[in-house]
Design a protein around this ligand. Sequence first.
Ligand SMILES: [Zn+2]
Length: 91
Amino acid sequence: MAERSTSGAPAKRSVRRRFSRRKGCRFCADSTLKIDYKEVRNLRYFVTERGKIVPRRISGNCAEHQRKIREAIKRARNIALLPFTAGHSLD
Ligand SMILES: [Zn+2]
């Protein structure tokens, strides 16, 4: 008799995907979009609330642009436009 553990996560397998399959990265798709460390509003999209860089799987960027994003974020961090981590704020 196989005892099935019912504690923990239910084995619910939803096939539905949250993210629509967007293969190409937005920067390849739209060449007018710039990756600039000064464009914090754009960069924010690629940084989590905790200050981590969103992985490529999620951002959907191609390797090349993801690298540029990463560079821009690092640069922005260095001039304190973006936080390194979320540890310092009081709220
Ligand atoms: Zn790209």
